[in-house]
Write a protein that binds this ligand. Structure first.
Ligand SMILES: Nc1ncnc2c1ncn2[C@@H]1O[C@H](COP(=O)(O)OP(=O)(O)OP(=O)(O)O)[C@@H](O)[C@H]1O
Ligand SMILES: [Mg+2]
Length: 281
């Protein structure tokens, strides 16, 4: 079932001096099993939008349809457990999401909460420690002894362990070294190909170019574009006007003055093949 936002607005601290419009009349629909990226400037509303997917924030106005549920301003918290079984969110700062005494218990919490036995949950946790690239001996450590990157992997393992249909990730790979970054992105790409929806907030335009089926572009709480990466980056002036970065391949291509490109290359593979074409001419 597609995810659908209809006229969704969100106001932080309404009626107080700190009142702030976080989302401004958002409308979009995304089909199942896609890899979606959300981009936009700092403060544009990406994290606010993400927190609506699992109703951590509920809209001040409008309706969200997701995982066979409808979320409105009137939705009650007691009805949300089923939603959160299907839609998981890994926060931008996952340290706030960890709370058990050991890494293994932290990862096993989700599966246990959603009906797995203690033993099954621990088994799953051990498997996912490895799959997210953490060493096995980390299992008995306190999550609070870990580095930021490790904490993020623990939070991701804790969510993947119960296989949500829709995986929402707020800048999960920020600050990781290039190899760990690629490993993590491949993990998400594989998860999507297995038949899940992945929604990812990122500032990394190379990841957008390489992985995204669709891009949502946020600005001042508004959705200003919903398109494929090709469409978003085709108009370089539009990208500049909205102070967005470009994929490195596209920037590189723009410096090659005597080359003719059939279309703006977005990934290194596309760039290499365009350069070869030009050299053959
Ligand atoms: N708890 C809050 N109370 C009041 N305003 C908030 C709160 N959280 C966010 N905001 C405001 O809402 C707007 C959108 O914030 P949000 O965190 O969604 O941006 P973002 O696009 O995720 O930014 P970043 O790239 O820095 O993570 C910002 O102007 C921010 O200051
Ligand atoms: Mg954010």
């Amino acid at each position: 079932m597609p995810i659908k936002f209809k006229d969704v607005s969100y106001v932080y601290s309404p009626g107080s001096p700190l009142e702030k419009l976080g989302l401004d009349n958002i409308n979009f629909e995304i089909q199942d099993h896609k890899f979606i990226t959300i981009i936009g400037h700092t403060g544009s509303g990406k994290s606010t939008l993400m927190q609506h997917f699992n109703a951590l924030l509920k809209p001040t106005k409008g309706t969200i349809k997701i995982a066979n549920m409808e979320i409105t301003p009137e939705t009650k918290n007691k009805n949300l457990k089923e939603l959160r079984r299907h839609v998981s969110l890994v926060f931008q700062f996952p340290e706030s999401q960890l709370f058990e005494d050991t890494v293994i218990d932290d990862i096993a919490f989700g599966p246990k909460n959603f009906g797995y036995s203690e033993e099954e949950a621990k088994k799953l946790a051990a498997k996912w420690i490895e799959k997210v690239g953490l060493p096995a001996e980390i299992a008995s450590k306190s999550p609070f002894e870990l580095s930021g990157g490790q904490m993020r992997r623990v939070a991701i393992a804790g969510v993947l362990a119960y296989q949500p249909d829709i995986l929402c990730l707020d800048e999960p790979a920020a600050g990781l070294d290039p190899r760990a970054h690629e490993q993590m992105m491949n993990l998400f790409a594989e998860y999507q190909k297995e038949g899940h929806t992945v929604i990812l907030v990122t500032h990394n335009m190379d990841d957008v170019a390489k992985y995204a089926d669709d891009v949502l572009v946020m600005e001042h709480g508004k959705l200003i574009k919903h398109a494929t990466p090709k469409e978003v980056f085709a108009d370089r002036n539009w990208v500049k006007q909205h102070y967005l970065d470009e994929p490195r391949a596209s920037l590189f291509a723009s410096e090659l003055e005597n080359f003719e490109f059939d279309e703006n290359p977005l990934t290194m593979d596309e760039l290499v093949s365009e350069i070869k074409n030009n050299l053959r001419k």
